[in-house]
Ligand binder design. Structure first.
Ligand SMILES: [Zn+2]
Length: 228
């Protein structure tokens, strides 16, 4: 599992060790700094936790890890973040099948998985703990998209995108990057619980209210917002 044998280079940036085959372009540090800025806003951020970031720039490591995983833009487990999509650092995205995912958001999302493991431990983390996706994935999108804080607008965008093409898997943002509609809907439910119900992440993990009940509550809130 050690990436160091499968990469030509490594660079240490803050608490992260970045494994890469090609020379690391200067934009990467800027993007990682931005991701860390988002991470620091999370209640499970740990300034002493060190993370390995493995880029998909020619090493066979991401391909090797892919053998055990579903296709994904990236993976975060234990203290490792692995970028799986075709990486374009200069333009801040990774690509799979013609769809781009914002690289800063991806670095943030996958790093939060590492902080979840760090905070909760293996037995209280997914897949073992079996938290619903909106709690396990929605929180990561919530932290990564702290700059898209208008919940009412976010719900309107999701509704519009479902009306426009219900078979399209993803929803696009202003920078032409995408996120799956499932992830988007998990994100807004988490945003509602965090920003409006003011629950801590641990309270949300412990809470037994069903996802469908919370969604109904969120839609009531949204209708109320539209009337105001
Ligand atoms: Zn994830």
């Amino acid at each position: 599992m050690t990436p160091s044998l499968m990469y030509a280079n490594k660079s240490v940036i803050g608490n992260c060790t970045v494994y890469h085959n090609k020379p690391l372009v200067k934009e990467f540090k800027v993007e990682l700094d931005q991701a860390v800025m988002f991470l620091k806003k999370s209640e499970i951020y740990d300034p002493n936790y060190k993370i390995d970031i493995c880029l998909n720039d020619g090493s066979c490591y991401p391909t090797f890890i892919q053998l055990f995983q579903e296709q994904a833009f990236g993976i975060g487990f234990y203290n490792k973040v692995i970028i799986m999509g075709k990486i374009n650092i200069e333009n801040n995205y990774t690509e799979i099948n013609g769809y781009n995912y914002n690289l800063i958001k991806l670095l943030t999302h996958e790093s939060i998985h590492c902080f979840q493991f760090n905070k909760l431990g293996l037995w209280k983390s997914n897949p073992i703990a079996k938290y619903p996706n909106w709690k396990w994935e929605g929180y990561n999108e919530y932290v990564a998209r702290k700059d898209q804080a208008n919940l009412r607008e976010n719900i309107t965008n999701l509704n519009k995108s479902i009306e426009k093409d219900k078979d399209e898997w993803g929803i696009s943002f202003a920078d032409s990057t995408f996120v799956g509609k499932d992830y988007y809907s998990w994100w807004i439910l988490m945003q509602y619980c965090k920003d409006y119900k003011k629950l801590s992440y641990q309270e949300i993990l412990n809470d037994t209210t069903s996802e469908s009940k919370l969604r109904a509550e969120l839609m009531e809130w949204y209708k109320g917002q539209k009337r105001n």
